[in-house]
Design a binder for this molecule. Sequence first.
Ligand code: PGA
Length: 250
Amino acid sequence: MKKMMAANWKMYKSHFEARATLQDLLYLAKNLPENREVLIFPPFTLLDAVAEQIKGVPDYALGGQDVYPAAEGAFTGEIAPGMLQDCGCSWVLIGHSERRHVLGESDEFVGKKTAFSLESGLNVVLCVGETLAQREAGELSIVLARQMDTGLGSVGNSLEPACLCIAYEPVWAIGTGRVAGPKEILEAHAQTREHLEKKFGDNGKNIRILYGGSVKPENAAEILTLDNVDGVLVGGASLQAESFSRIILS
Ligand code: PGA
């Protein structure tokens, strides 16, 4: 199973900046080690441009940062799975904590998006993770169980494992510089694995679980050696080719 090295560019970059970043990234990390796969989530406005630059580069893939669970229709401002595929996306990011906590997305809506995207042929990175208040109240297990059960509630049990990644991103570690420690990551990833095996049986062993939250070149190697860590989802440190390439190659 290749480790998934995912870049979440959030609401950053012009065309000029994206092209320059990609050019540098492909110079620094075009030939990936055999056990690495790279996935870029740019803003919608940059999907075409990034698709063009990574076209034909082995083990580089493109994803949308969000999706609406319908094939088409009167949903102003939204984007359909088929539209992402039309731009060259094979993946979509769903349930990121900024969408849950800033934009107010519910677990149910996240679940609808996940099921509809998979049915439409897109691979999904589904994000889960607790807030600081929930962690301090001892609610990690409850939150993970709810987000996993509802997020995957309408997904068939016979899912092809390569089509799904779960990204465990503790909200208190996102963009704060405060990375979760090995003990915290091991605990949350083990619980996530348990849920996956409960739902998907043996296939649940082969669904990748990514860690996200203040991943940097300095801590990536250690995080990637932990049990049940099958990749990383990187925000801030993915915006520069220099730091993201060091993470990819760590
Ligand atoms: P960060 O963001 O690496 O800047 O903490 C991670 C994410 O939001 O996916």
